[in-house]
Design a protein around this ligand. Sequence first.
Ligand code: UDP
Length: 239
Amino acid sequence: QDTQPAYRRILLKLSGEALLGEHHYGVDPAVLSQVAEEVCELSRRGVEVGIVIGGGNIFRGAGLAEGGVDRVTGDHMGMLATVINALALQDAIERAGRFCRVMSAIRINQVCEDYIRRRAVRHLEKGRVVVFAAGTGNPFFTTDSAASLRAIEINADLMIKATKVDGVYDADPFTQTDARRFDRLTYDDALERRLGVMDTTALVMCRDNELPIRVMNMFAKGDLQRLVMGESVGTLVEG
Ligand code: UDP
């Protein structure tokens, strides 16, 4: 029956930069509510939605380290930046009409819940959107790695990597007019050809646990909904 979603549970990876919109720093409220609407629509269709949010719109550990900040401290700042984004997203999702819980990998429990896997799964089963904050909780990792880790932990059927482009290309589509988009790639293609789908750690984790990834444009209206209804949107990375 084609009115049923093709996925029971998904993990959506949103970069912090996606929240910038027209701004150079922080969060664009218009973008935030657009993202929240899309997420709530998925949830209304009965799809269980977990989200890992990045922090690159505020701080990145590697960038701070270039400016002389201790790398581990910089990564702590980056992880806290993801908590700020997660709180903003939680607020926007609840305003858009679905219940939401932020769960943080580092304890900051007057602000949000701690990440406890069984509790996260329970929230999802109850139809609440769960936003996983603070990445993996460890320095030297990225939120892409956190996304693959959480997706595997919660047994997501699919990880969706939402970007500014509508899939994975063999060259930069913004500068190369003849860049070709892949409909499908294997994990090993993505790794060997360094196509920039996500970092190596994240990709290897997906490969070893057979978690399929869809790379798509978060801002192409309707694409996310078509994707969960089973249409081929963006680029599929699988075995
Ligand atoms: N970070 C970290 N450990 C993690 C996830 C993130 O230390 O498990 C830090 C790291 O400094 C990173 C920052 O948080 O640069 C923001 O995350 P990321 O760069 O992945 O955000 P995005 O690019 O998705 O906006």
